[in-house]
Design a protein around this ligand. Structure first.
Ligand code: FAD
Ligand code: SF4
Length: 494
């Protein structure tokens, strides 16, 4: 611990962000990192507490407390404080293959469990992580490191999201020949076609993919395993298969009027937007435009927020976000103590932007959509809603109960359904005969990752359900260890 009094002397400082009204004019990332000097000061705030939780990644009350990839946070905080950036980078890469992704999009459960955060504001861990990796790339310290020897074993990874990429990176390090199959035209999974460009610039995804390719990993795009790439071929050609297909089946809202023009699942909206942006900077018009429309986003989570931010950049007329749950408290309630993940009100970038444009937060809470109503051309015209209360039924379960007289009609020409995900698409699982759990995910125990089919493993959202990039990396690394053990009898992978 470099500076025992750092947390007493210095206040938390984070990266500044372009003002909402400026950044909505473009699709670029909008954070300006702290200077190196300021980051060193922030590193000194880490008190190297006796029992740190920031790096534990343990589940408390069903939520991750601390970093799920067990980043060695106190160690690299100290190295940054001392100006030893290169050593900090080496420490960071020991546990995290892709800090440039987590440093940008991770919700930072580490900061929710930081001991300084018990009484004061937590150490700015995520900004430091991003600064270490960005400096590593800027300084040219990060170079392809192909393995010195090859085992001759061949592994197929199906799906190129963060879990597939992490699995591929680790298996390649162990000397296996790895081929990643991706049905989309670009590699990256939701890093590429889910999370919008202003949160994670796609040039950083491509930079990492290029590096992995230079290390010897083969990527095959446009290969939809089980559809245009036969599963039997995969089984014949490879010694092991790792399924990392994600859990992108969107939860729909099958109410009256669902078939109307202008009612879409969030992922359709977001992925087409990014593809068109990357292909032609939107010149091809191959996306669902929110321009000039009253947009309603159904779902108050992160995907919903991305729809809000994207609609605003399209220059929508108005945007409203519906949330069926009550508003979260502004500070931790007594039943959500440190070091648990703080379940407090988050005002994310999309809500900040909507508030700047419209004068108020776009979210309406405790609201349910009853039906969509269209015009004579079959296009959406309005939404009919009702407010609800959560009440306990006779079995003790909370159920939504409509508030009489609270019905309301919202004009809307575009609705984006962002109500979460129901699980993975089942084509590959069914064709391989992989058993599923009760939530329709691939059934494989955490830590083992082996499915019921010999030589077939599953990891990431396909195994755990829609989650976070950091968990996908955790599972990708861990499944690689198990596959290596399966192929070689033992494994030295961390
Ligand atoms: C809109 C949105 C925003 C998000 N924002 C964040 C965020 O800010 N921070 C965060 O931590 N998490 C975020 N998440 C969650 C995060 O992106 C996921 O948890 C993570 O990407 C899961 O990684 P994965 O590798 O398991 O799967 P995915 O990233 O879903 O990748 C799976 C890949 O497999 C491919 N595939 C599937 N089946 C086949 C097949 N048969 N053949 C070939 N390819 C196949 C798919 O095309 C896809 O590319 C967000 C999710 C969404 C939807
Ligand atoms: S990966 Fe996430 S939880 Fe881990 S140190 Fe980085 S921001 Fe924190």
């Amino acid at each position: 611990m470099g500076k025992p009094t750092g947390f007493i002397e210095h206040a938390r400082e984070v990266a500044s962000e372009a003002s909402p009204l400026v950044r909505i004019g473009h699709w670029k990332e909008f954070a300006t990192p702290l200077t190196q000097d300021k980051l060193q000061v922030q590193g000194s705030r880490c008190m190297d507490c006796g029992i740190p939780f920031c790096h534990t990644g343990s589940l408390i009350s069903g939520m991750a407390a601390g970093c799920p990839v067990n980043n060695l946070i106190p160690e690299w905080n100290d190295l940054v404080y001392r100006g030893q950036w290169r050593e900090a980078l080496d420490r960071l890469h020991k546990t995290n293959n892709f800090p440039e992704f987590t440093g940008r999009v991770c919700p930072a459960p580490c900061e929710g469990s930081c001991t300084v955060g018990l009484k004061d504001t937590p150490v700015t861990i995520k900004s430091i992580e991003k600064a270490i990796i960005d400096k590593g790339f800027d300084e040219g310290w990060i170079k392809p490191e192909p393995p010195e020897t090859r085992t001759g074993k061949k592994v197929a990874v199906v799906g190129s999201g963060p879990s597939g990429l992490a699995a591929a990176a680790q298996l390649n390090k162990a000397g296996h020949w790895v081929t990643v199959f991706e049905r989309a035209d670009r590699v990256g999974g939701l890093l590429m076609y889910g999370i919008p460009n202003m949160k994670l610039d796609k040039k950083y995804v491509q930079r990492r993919v290029d590096l992995l390719e230079a290390e010897g990993i083969a990527f095959v795009t446009g290969a939809h395993v089980g559809v245009n790439y036969p599963i039997e071929k995969l089984q014949e050609e490879f010694d092991a298969i790792v399924l990392c297909g994600g859990a992108t089946k969107g939860r729909d809202l099958p109410i009256e009027g669902r078939e109307l023009g202008g009612v879409h699942l969030a992922m359709e909206f977001l992925s087409k937007n990014t593809k068109s942006l990357l292909d032609s900077e939107h010149a091809d018009r191959e996306f669902i435009s929110a321009e000039g429309k009253d947009v309603i986003v159904i779902g108050g989570g992160d995907t919903g927020t991305d729809c809000v931010g994207t609609s605003i950049r399209h220059k929508c007329k108005s945007v409203t976000q519906f949330e069926i749950m009550p508003k979260s408290p502004e500070t931790r309630p007594a039943n959500n103590p440190w070091p648990e993940w703080p379940k407090v009100l988050k005002v994310d970038y999309g809500q900040q932007e909507a508030a700047a444009l419209q004068g108020e937060d776009p979210r309406t809470y405790l609201i349910n959509t009853k039906k969509f109503v269209g015009d004579e051309n079959g296009n959406l015209k309005e939404l009919h809603t009702v407010l609800i209360e959560w009440q306990k039924n006779d079995k003790g379960a909370f159920v939504p109960v409509e508030v009489p007289g609270s019905e309301k009609v919202y004009p809307a020409q575009l609705v984006l359904i962002a109500m979460g995900f129901t699980g993975p698409e089942s084509t590959v699982l069914d064709q391989l005969g992989v058993a599923k759990d009760e939530r329709s995910n691939a059934k494989a125990d955490y830590g083992k990752f082996a499915t019921n089919v010999d030589g077939v493993f599953a990891a990431g959202d396909m195994r755990r359900g829609q989650s976070l990039v950091v968990w996908a990396i955790n599972e990708g690394r861990a499944v690689a260890r198990e596959v290596d053990r399966f192929l070689m009898g033992s494994s030295n992978l961390p």
